[in-house]
Every structure is written in C-alpha cells, then in structure tokens.
Design a protein around this ligand. Structure first.
Ligand code: DX5
Ligand code: ZN
Length: 234
C-alpha cells in the first residue's frame, strides 16, 4: 500500500519545509499536482519548483500532469527529478500512446489518469504501457473537494483487468481521500492513496500516515479474504 501526501494542500510559502515533513512522516510517495490553467481551471507550480525540492529528500516524486500539452513538460520534469509522470487519458489515444512511450524512454515510471466523467474503457488499451492507473475521485483542479462515490466501480474494473491480464500496475486514487474513503477504495482494489487536505491538516503527520496505512491495509486484507466482494458491484 502506497500513501502519497499531496503537496497541493501544503503552505505554498513553505514547500521545502513541508516536503521535509512529508519525507519524515513515513509516507511512500510525494504527489505533485501540476496544473496549467487550461486542462484544469487552476495553476499550481512547474518543474523549477520540483527541481528545488529534489535535494530535500530521496522519496519517490509522483508527478500528476493536469496539462493540455504535457509533451512540452516531460523532459523538464524528468530533469527536475520526477520518479513517475502521469498524463490524462482525455488527451486522446494517439497522444497518450506517444506520451507514455516518451516517459518510459526518459527512464521514468508512467502513469495514466482518468477523470470522473471519463469511461474507464479508454484506459484499457494502454494498460500494458503503464506503471500506475490513476482513478480521479474528484474532478481535478482543486484540493479539498468531496469524494465522488460513483468512481468506485471503475476501481473495481481496473482491479479485474489487472488480475485477469496478470499486470502489475498500481491503482491510485486521488481526490477527497481520508481514512474512510481510502478504505472504501482499498476494499475494491486500490493500492495507492493520494491525500492532500485530510493528511496535511494533521500536526502529527507521521501518526496520520500510520492511521491511513492501517485503514487501507485492513480493508485490503478483508477484500482478499472475501473475493466475492470484488464481484458484487460489477
Ligand atoms: C486534485 C488533485 C489532487 C489533490 C487532492 O485536482 O489532483 O491530487 O491534491 O487533494 P485532496 O486530498 O484535498 O482532495
Ligand atoms: Zn493529483
């Protein structure tokens, strides 16, 4: 189980300190939300910021590109120290195939994200190319939004494909993730959990990360011991 605090919920004036705090919390990945003001109606930060944070920690940098033209950003983010870059399936099949190929050729892990209104079927043809399938559980653009429960069957579908096709991609969820919604997602097959608002609000981030990890591990175990649960909702 991967716990990935999102820097979007941090104090923007203290990114280095917040990154250090996240690194010391025992979390697995640092989730970095890149917004271009076009693909989503908000702007966050770019490769320069990620480059400035790279010396702070060795932790896995999970870069989520909510951008209309990610092709111009892949090399800059690779150079800045991204460990994984995720692009959106909404960009279209041809663009996505090329983007994923380019990410892999840069020696970085590749992720594919699916927005709540987008059918999960669009991701199907890319599954063999990816390390992570990111199921958005809110409409991207802002932190602090409520979890959209209608996305749960997509997580299940992603888990069924992974099992049937013997693939190993992570199923990552992003948006409105707290201990309760994280457990719901784990129960249907998610194994990577992005959390901004719910995690970073805690003064004791280490304890909050441990709690979330326990919640998803228990829910995940319950799901494996009761395989029929996976089939119920489909
Ligand atoms: C939303 C971003 C998320 C965001 C999640 O557009 O992709 O990664 O940081 O924030 P919370 O956990 O506050 O919903
Ligand atoms: Zn994100």
């Amino acid at each position: 189980m991967i716990i990935a605090p999102s820097l979007l919920a941090a104090d923007f004036g203290k990114f280095a300190k917040e990154t250090e705090r996240i690194a010391k919390s025992g979390a697995d990945w640092l989730h970095l939300d890149i917004m271009d003001g076009h693909f989503v109606p908000n702007i966050s930060f770019g490769p320069q910021v990620v480059k400035a944070l790279r010396p702070v920690t060795k932790m896995f940098f999970d870069v989520h590109l909510m951008c209309s033209k990610p092709e111009i950003l892949l090399e800059p983010f690779a150079k800045a120290g991204a460990s994984q870059m995720t692009v959106h399936v909404e960009l279209g099949e041809q663009a996505v195939t090329q983007l994923l190929w380019k990410i892999k050729s840069l020696g970085i892990k590749a992720g594919l994200a699916v927005n709540p209104p987008t059918g999960i079927a669009l991701a199907q043809r890319h599954l063999e190319q990816i390390d992570t399938l990111l199921i958005m559980t809110v409409n991207p653009g802002f932190g602090g939004q409520p979890f959209i429960f209608e996305t749960l069957p997509k997580i299940q579908q992603a888990a069924v494909w992974r099992r049937d096709r013997k693939l190993r991609y992570h199923i990552e969820v992003d948006g409105g993730i707290n201990n309760t919604t994280a457990a719901e997602c784990a129960r249907v097959g998610a194994d990577a959990f992005v959390s901004g608002t719910a995690l970073l609000a805690n003064r004791n981030l280490g304890a909050a990360v441990r709690k979330m990890r326990k919640a998803v591990e228990e829910a995940g175990l319950k799901a494996t011991s009761d395989k029929s649960a996976t089939l119920q909702l489909i």
